[in-house]
Design a protein around this ligand. Structure first.
Ligand SMILES: [Zn+2]
Length: 84
């Protein structure tokens, strides 16, 4: 709901259109799939990672939490440098 408050009129209209056309569910599902995939692959070098083996960080604002798992400290360091 907080996100909706931040949208401009045109963006709300576009969202409304997507909802009416039934596209919204597909878009959200695709976004969720990307989250799942990003947890399985190091976002820096694309090496497959397991959550119990890699280095996992959770970042972002409280209502937009994101999780990333890195295969090594060097990739985590690179990611943090980019985040700055
Ligand atoms: Zn990596």
């Amino acid at each position: 709901m907080e996100i909706l408050d931040k949208l401009k009129k045109e963006e709300l209209e576009e969202l409304y259109y997507l909802l009416q056309q039934g596209h919204f569910e597909k878009i959200v599902r695709n976004k969720l799939e990307k989250f799942k995939n990003s947890n399985k692959v190091c976002p820096v070098c694309n090496t497959e990672t397991k959550e119990d083996e890699g280095l996992t960080i959770i970042f972002g604002s409280p209502n937009m939490r994101q999780k990333a798992t890195f295969d090594g400290v060097d990739c985590l360091e690179y990611f943090l440098t980019k985040l700055k």
